[in-house]
Design a protein around this ligand. Structure first.
Ligand SMILES: [Zn+2]
Ligand SMILES: [Zn+2]
Length: 351
């Protein structure tokens, strides 16, 4: 058990492109809470964005701990915790819904009015609030290594998005974006017998994309310049059955409906910055019955399903992972992520 006055090493976000590994007070578990010893934490696109911007409007104001994809072993349990015990190997999501607000009661927990976010996984220990312990923490399945289990959060987001567009076998889905999350999408779609095309800026992602289930890698400098050539790659040149925007950019958001076939679906998955505006063609959306769908975040149901998908091997996140690093190498890894020298997820092993 940890004692008062104990310290730990943790990554502290201090501002723009400023992350320092510091010695900070170790957390202690209050009533209902759990403290983990972090076994593995993964970087994600959001972390690179936060590092570049120095903050996150909803989640993080410096100085603060960060990192939100994790697996660990229970180190301390607070009073009243009955679901978990010291020594349990666990994995959790990065948020917990309240369960009581209007969206939660409708089963739309990603829209919870009071969604509680957890950050601080790039550290030796991580404090999990009572609500998260209650609603979104799970035993790590045997055989699933910690770094792979830590991918549960992005995979949960993907499963929720896939469920919404409900692609049928032999439909063709175009993914706009080639980050890890787009590659997880490809894996899940392929396992459902869906044909997957993916738009990438450079050809070097092709071997990895193919390994993750992409059948057709379309390389174009930009979606605007390559538009006709991209559309020509759809079945019969009619447009794709489903287009998933997974880049969070204005250009791909605007192009997505134009790349869908008549009666096709578009999924806005990437999440644009709040000041982005795009032009749409409502006549075409109407007369060609193109549906625009949006998916944000995940729900506890999708987190559980993601854990099953990872444990059963339906989605194998390992090909998209870079070599593991210690906590001290995190700042340089983040720097190499924003220069795109590192494309995959970096497993950080704090101890
Ligand atoms: Zn993430
Ligand atoms: Zn709620």
């Amino acid at each position: 058990m940890s004692g008062v006055g104990e310290t730990m090493r943790a990554a502290v976000l201090r501002g723009r492109e400023d992350v320092v590994i510091e010695t900070v007070p170790a957390p202690h578990a209050g009533p209902g809470e759990v403290v983990l010893r972090v076994r593995a934490a993964l970087t994600c696109g959001t972390d690179a964005k936060v590092f570049r911007r120095g903050s996150h409007a909803k989640m993080l104001q410096p100085p603060c701990l960060f990192g939100h994809e994790y697996a660990g072993v229970v180190y301390e349990v607070g009073e009243g915790v009955t679901k978990f015990a010291v020594g349990d190997e666990v994995v959790g999501a990065n948020s917990a819904p309240c369960g009581a607000c209007d969206p939660c009661r409708r089963g739309r927990e990603s829209l919870c009015d009071d969604l509680l976010f957890v950050n601080g996984a790039f550290a030796e220990r991580l404090l999990l609030p009572a609500r998260l312990v209650e609603r979104n923490l799970y035993l790590r399945p045997a055989g699933l290594e910690p770094a792979a289990a830590a991918a549960v959060e992005p995979v949960a987001c993907v499963l929720k998005g896939v469920e919404l567009v409900a692609p049928e076998a032999r439909e063709t889905v175009l993914l706009l974006g080639s980050g890890s999350i787009a590659l997880f999408f490809a894996s899940e779609l392929r396992s459902r017998g869906v044909d997957v095309a993916l738009l990438a800026r450079c050809a070097d992602v092709e071997p990895l994309a193919r390994r993750m289930g992409v059948g057709d890698v379309i390389v174009a400098e930009s979606v605007t310049d390559g538009f006709d050539a991209i559309r020509a790659r759809s079945p019969g040149g009619r447009g794709f059955d489903v287009v998933v925007e997974a880049a969070g950019a204005a250009e791909t958001t605007e192009a997505a409906p134009r790349l869908a076939r008549k009666g096709g679906r578009v999924l806005l998955f990437g999440g644009c910055a709040s000041d982005v505006r795009v032009t749409i063609d409502p006549a075409r959306l109407h007369y060609e019955e193109i549906q625009i769908l949006s998916s944000f975040h995940h729900t506890p149901r999708h987190v559980k399903a993601a854990l099953d998908a990872l444990a059963g091997g339906r989605i194998d996140p390992r090909p998209v992972m870079e070599s593991p690093v210690g906590l001290d190498a995190l700042p340089s890894a983040l720097r190499r992520m924003i220069t795109r020298e590192l494309r995959g997820k970096v497993p950080v092993i704090p101890l």
